[in-house]
Ligand binder design. Structure first.
Ligand SMILES: [Zn+2]
Length: 257
């Protein structure tokens, strides 16, 4: 996960060169807040900008740090949205006042656009988790990787009502230098994790909680799932982990971009 690519690819240069202004023609307040947070001047959107002109390149290295500082943690929720589990996760996050990052697939976003809008409306951020969640995509062609990432970007942005994913997380961590570069050129910071709760394997809520408590010294970005099967253990674990983290003096943030 510590691989670095050389310079910027041709695609990034192209997008960078086309970036005259940062026009955010999206009404959602969360998006406005994000624009302010990165220090962009916010010219009022007037005529519709050409495609891609609202995209600002980000770094292509894999992010793990939290924007909430030394005692900040990033809750990341992967593979949804799912009508059975995502609403329960959203309820818990609201109860504890936690903002999280949802790594959604294009397929799930397209199937459940209302849930994507719910995620955004609650102040959470979106992450592109590809169209079809192929954990062997790093072994496949660049054309395939591009399609998986860019099609998902479009599907997610459409489902959200225009709010773009701010991160890219390769399924199973199957990043390549090419895919990181491509995502970065589209304003999506490659996103890793430090604590894999293994909740996907359903080891029991106790084990999920203990994994967080034991492995948090590894770093601030914690991986959970809200789809792909029965996630009741994940919901139960979050119900205990979120207050525990608060009691330990952690605050909740977003991964750096
Ligand atoms: Zn995943």
């Amino acid at each position: 996960m510590a691989r670095h690519s050389g310079g910027r690819g041709w695609y990034g240069k192209l997008v960078g060169a086309a970036l005259g202004v940062t026009v955010l023609a999206v009404g959602a307040s969360v998006w406005t807040a994000q624009a302010d947070a990165v220090g962009g001047s916010s010219p009022k959107a007037t005529a519709s900008p050409p495609p891609g002109s609202d995209v600002e390149r980000v770094a292509e290295t894999i992010a793990h740090a939290s924007d909430a500082g030394a005692r900040g943690v990033n809750i990341t929720i992967d593979d949804g949205p799912d009508p059975a589990w995502t609403p329960q996760v959203l309820d818990l996050l609201r109860e504890y006042g936690v903002k999280a990052t949802f790594c959604v697939t294009g397929t799930q976003a397209q199937a459940h656009p209302g849930l994507v809008k719910d995620v955004v409306a609650a102040g959470h951020r979106l992450c592109d988790h590809t169209v079809s969640h192929d954990t062997a995509m790093d072994k496949k062609s660049e054309a395939y990787q591009s399609q998986e990432i860019l099609d998902a970007e479009r599907m997610i942005t459409k489902a959200s009502g225009g709010v773009r994913p701010m991160y890219y997380r390769a399924p199973g961590g199957a990043f390549t230098p090419y895919s990181r570069e491509l995502a970065a050129s589209r304003g999506m910071r490659p996103l890793g994790w430090n604590v894999d709760t293994k909740d996907f394997e359903r080891p029991g809520a106790d084990a999920i909680v203990e994994t967080v408590q034991r492995e948090l010294p590894n770093g601030p970005t914690i991986l959970f799932h809200d789809a792909g099967g029965d996630r009741s253990q994940t919901v139960e674990a979050l119900r205990r982990v979120l207050p525990w983290l608060q009691e330990q003096g952690y605050s909740f943030g977003f991964p750096v971009r």
